[in-house]
Each structure stands twice: as C-alpha cells, then as structure tokens.
Write a protein that binds this ligand. Structure first.
Ligand SMILES: Nc1nc2c(ncn2[C@@H]2O[C@H](COP(=O)(O)OP(=O)(O)OP(=O)(O)O)[C@@H](O)[C@H]2O)c(=O)[nH]1
Ligand SMILES: C=C(OP(=O)(O)O)C(=O)O
Length: 214
C-alpha cells in the first residue's frame, strides 16, 4: 500500500539567465542581482518543501550548475533536464525518474517561485489531497502552484497559461485557504505581496540588501 501522506516532488528550475524574466528590475543591479534574487526564491521554495514532513524526496530538474551548487548539501537531488523542450517535458522527465525508483509513489510538481511557502502549507495540501490527484491554484487562480498525482499514477502535468483550468479537468482543487503556498512571484508587484505575507529567509535577505520593494 502506498502511504497517502507521502509525496515525492519534482521542482522545475529554468536556467538562471532566462528565469523569471517578468521579475526583472524588481531588484537593482542588473542580471547578477536578478540571478541572486531568483536563486534565493528557488532556495526558499525548496527549503520549505524539504522541511515538510509529507515530502519524502525533492528532485530538482535544472540545467544550471549554479542552482545545483546552491542546493548541495540541502537534501534536494538535482538532475539535468538535458535540453528537454520546456516545463512539462522537464516535469515528466523528473516524475518518471521518481516513479522508476518507487512505482507506487505519489509524485507531485511544485513550482520554484513560491518564496513565502511554508512547510505546513505543503503538508496541508497533501493531507487535503488524501491520495487523490489534486492541485493548488496560484494566487490569481489561473495558474498552478502545486500538482499532486495519485499514488502510482503518471504526473501528467499541464503547466502553462491557464493551467488551473487544465488541471481542474481531472484533479481536485485543494488548498484555497493556503495563501503562502499560492503566492507565486511572476512580477515585482507579486514580490511586494509575498514580502507582506512573509518571505523565506534567503529572499528576505536579498530584498533587505537592495530595498527596492521594501
Ligand atoms: N527545468 C525547467 N524549468 C522551467 C522551464 N520553464 C519554466 N520552468 C520553471 O517553472 C516554474 C514556473 O515557470 P514560470 O513562472 O513561467 O517562470 P519563468 O518561465 O522563469 O518566468 P518568465 O520568464 O517570467 O515567464 C519556475 O520554477 C521556472 O523556473 C523549463 O523549460 N525547464
Ligand atoms: C507555468 C505556470 O506558471 P506561471 O503562470 O506563473 O507562468 C503555471 O501556473 O502553470
């Protein structure tokens, strides 16, 4: 029997030179400062996932060695996406790896841009899913912060514009009451909202150091 309270998560992270382009300018200092911000957001998101008792493994799919270096020793595993075409292909690749190790596992996908996410929110979403295929919508309700597959089933990710509607076709919507988990940061305004909720420590440090949105 699969443990309904345990999920292995895939976390996709784009190459830092291209990631979060809509967030550019949120901190002053050009591309170096932008990369530092994105890396902090990624690290806080993954830190929350690693600290959630309901998360057994965190597999990061990423082609950027700076991300791999930053996560060394945290407990997150990293795998190169090997030029796969886009987000859903990277997620399917990671999910297949996890299911190859344990075919009965529930595999989930957590976006890497959730710097206010808390371990307890991730656990609450897993508990509410209760072994069903389920998703947590992002703050606007159009995108997806977290997708959880049913135990033993393929992840079947449909991330991209309007992914909440796409996931709602065959997954239960859970976690509407979890604002920290739902707070993805696509734009500088999103980052201000996340800061008002309470950021993870690395993102908070980057903002304190630059203070553009303080
Ligand atoms: N590994 C991998 N991750 C991706 C890819 N595209 C997006 N992601 C990640 O998927 C998550 C959600 O993507 P978006 O919110 O659209 O982020 P983004 O593409 O970096 O942002 P924009 O450039 O502003 O569109 C983020 O964690 C991204 O890093 C991809 O091709 N490969
Ligand atoms: C890819 C997604 O993220 P965003 O909408 O933040 O680009 C998504 O929510 O499916």
């Amino acid at each position: 029997m699969a443990d309904l309270a345990l999920v292995d998560l895939v976390v996709p992270v784009k190459h830092l030179d291209r990631a979060k382009s809509r967030l550019r300018g949120a901190v002053p200092g050009g591309l170096d400062a932008h990369r530092a911000l994105v890396l902090a957001v990624v690290s806080d998101t993954i830190g929350a996932a690693l600290a959630a008792p309901g998360v057994r493994r965190v597999l990061v799919v990423c082609e950027d060695s700076r991300v791999v270096e930053a996560l060394a020793g945290t407990g997150a595993e990293c795998v190169d996406e090997r030029g796969l075409p886009g987000l859903n292909a990277a997620l399917r690749f990671g999910a297949r790896r996890l299911r190859a190790d344990d075919p009965r596992v529930a595999v989930g996908a957590l976006q890497a841009d959730l710097p206010a996410a808390r371990p307890s929110d991730i656990d609450e979403a897993i508990t509410e899913a209760d072994g069903r295929r389920a998703f947590v919508a992002d703050r606007p309700g159009t995108g997806t912060a977290l997708l959880i597959g049913a135990p033993g089933e393929p992840l079947a990710p449909r991330f991209g514009q309007g992914s909440a509607t796409a996931h709602a076709r065959d997954a239960a919507r859970v976690g509407d009451h979890l604002p920290y988990l739902r707070c993805d940061v696509d734009t500088p305004d999103d980052l201000t909202l996340a800061r008002d909720l309470g950021l993870g420590p690395r993102t908070a440090r980057v903002l304190e150091a630059t203070c553009r949105v303080c």
